[in-house]
Design a protein around this ligand. Structure first.
Ligand code: HEC
Ligand code: HEC
Length: 471
């Protein structure tokens, strides 16, 4: 639901949205969910770089078309990179819900595997039903006002999986091929070149541009057809389908309520897709874009340039919504896609810049972005305390307490765009120092619920302590 946020259409829209949500109510959302779905936390200390990740392609699940079989070969083929050391699976490891095996904020790639990326790597699961990007996409819930939504990548700049696949193949900090013709040459030399000819015809390599376009379609077909990208095998799927093994524990049930309750977590308002689009089950995203003020990640080398800002839909990676002049009014600046929360408990780098490294930390950010901003954003002009006061939390990004000074809230967005930041629950702009919306119990329960969204073949990043998530 992308009703209730400051949108490019202004605050009136946001207010109308809030009413719509209130009218539906939490119980309504929870009910809709059931109907709709018939069907390590250290920072940057991982041992394996992306290039070291998995080897051979697994056996295809189900029957794949010839094009999808080509796509599968390509997905695991490290020769399709400038370094010869990186395939799609290096960053999108099937054993980690098609996300990285390490907890780096951004991955290393490029011709010598030493170039840091700009964004955290999303999971490739459940992307098959993503609609194309539109500034005013109808919301899948049918009641929210239309807003920016759809598209692939964190800023929605690719409309199809085929269009998306071009980006990593040619990106100098990712697979770093010199050109599309370079990719085609490598395909022509691959041991599966005969399969390509079988799939796309004897003249498959005659025209380099056509061959590259077919290669992108092959990668798309693999992601669309292979069930490993959308297994719907989570406990939540059993629960939603009323199947054996799907009974939620009391803790998980409470967590679901926090997820949907507009007065506490309110997560469902952006991370839930009501009726199944294209017959799909609950996707835990409504494909919408919001600016939530994720703190700057100093660990990304590009951020050493203090004039550089990754502003999502308004650029710089995406170029069709750029401000007319630096800092000129633009409602798209700071907006990123609300990603699916399926398999989120298997992740170890969160948000578009991977600045957070545990689900618990993310939830605490949602809870205290406004009430304790000093835990998340730098303080300037203050004096660090020799010793933190007892009770000063250690879960934030900032673990030093300051006397005086000013907290630089939303430090990863030029101040001109601060008005774009969302102020809806749980980040409703309440005053610093006031009580946050979620209790400790709410947050623990929410983590339990989010763990039910993990597919059966995955492992939780942080295993639940014995006895947790039960009662
Ligand atoms: C070096 C790591 C890396 C490699 C290798 C890589 N990707 Fe990605 N992938 C990313 C990152 C980072 C993003 C997010 C990009 C952005 O938002 O601009 C992404 C995004 C995607 C998305 C969009 C997912 C979403 O949630 O919208 C798809 C689909 C995808 N990659 C497929 C592929 C395919 C297919 C390949 C191989 C041709 C590949 N990737 C290779 C890092 C990688
Ligand atoms: C106003 C809409 C909105 C609400 C409400 C909201 N989110 Fe989000 N969520 C987003 C957006 C947008 C992003 C991506 C932000 C970014 O990376 O800059 C995001 C990202 C996330 C991520 C990171 C996922 C990943 O793959 O990196 C998690 C986890 C998450 N949200 C959980 C929650 C939970 C839990 C709640 C409820 C407590 C919640 N969200 C409420 C919009 C929302």
């Amino acid at each position: 639901m992308r009703v209730h946020r400051s949108s490019p259409r202004g605050p009136a829209v946001a207010r109308a949205g809030r009413l719509a949500l209130a009218a539906l109510g939490a119980a309504g959302i929870a009910g809709a969910m059931l109907v709709a779905s018939g069907g390590s936390n250290g920072s940057g200390s991982a041992a394996t770089a992306a290039g070291a990740a998995p080897a051979a392609a697994p056996a295809p699940s189900g029957t794949l078309s010839l094009a999808a079989q080509v796509g599968q070969k390509m997905f695991f083929d490290k020769n399709l990179s400038g370094s010869g050391a990186m395939s799609c699976a290096s960053c999108h490891d099937p054993a980690h819900a098609h996300a990285p095996a390490n907890d780096f904020s951004v991955q290393l790639g490029g011709a010598r595997m030493d170039q840091a990326g700009l964004r955290a790597v999303p999971s490739l699961r459940y992307k098959d039903v993503t609609p194309a990007y539109a500034d005013l996409l109808d919301n899948p819930d049918g009641i929210s006002v239309p807003g920016p939504g759809g598209g692939l990548t964190w800023d929605g700049r690719a409309d199809t999986l085929a269009a998306q696949a071009r980006i990593p193949l040619l990106d100098p900090v990712e697979m770093a091929n010199a050109s599309s013709a370079d990719v085609v040459k490598k395909l022509q030399a691959a041991d599966y070149a005969p399969l390509i000819a079988k799939a796309f015809g004897a003249k498959a390599f005659d025209d380099s541009d056509a061959a590259f376009a077919n290669a992108l379609l092959a990668l798309q077909a693999y992601q669309l057809e292979d069930k490993s990208f959308h297994p719907y095998s989570s406990k939540f799927d059993l629960y939603a389908g009323n199947k054996i093994g799907g009974a939620l524990t009391p803790a998980e049930t409470r967590g679901l309520k926090v997820f949907t309750n507009p007065d506490t977590g309110n997560c469902a308002s952006c991370h839930y897709q009501g009726a199944g689009l294209n017959g799909s089950s609950a996707l835990f995203t409504d494909f919408s874009y919001e600016a939530i003020g994720v703190p700057r990640n100093a660990g990304i080398p590009a951020n050493n340039d203090l004039r550089y800002f990754d502003m999502g839909v308004c650029g710089p990676m995406r170029t069709d919504h750029a401000p007319a002049a630096p800092n000129a009014a633009n409602g798209f600046c700071g907006m990123f896609k609300a990603p699916t929360l399926r398999n989120v408990a298997t992740r170890t780098a969160f948000f578009h810049n991977g600045v957070m490294h545990s689900l618990e930390q993310v939830i605490r950010f949602y809870n205290t972005r406004d009430t304790q901003p000093e835990l998340w954003y730098p303080t300037v002009g203050g004096t660090p305390k020799a010793k933190n006061d007892p009770g000063f939390p250690s879960y934030g990004l900032v673990t030093t307490q300051y006397t005086g000074g000013k907290v630089q809230k939303y430090d990863d967005l030029p101040t001109a765009y601060a008005p774009n930041i969302d102020t809806q629950m749980p980040m409703d702009g309440r005053a610093a120092g006031s009580a946050p919306p979620m209790s400790e119990q709410d947050m623990a329960d929410l983590v339990c619920f989010l763990n039910t969204l993990s597919d059966a073949d995955t492992k939780p990043a942080t295993p639940a302590k014995p006895g947790a998530c039960v009662n």
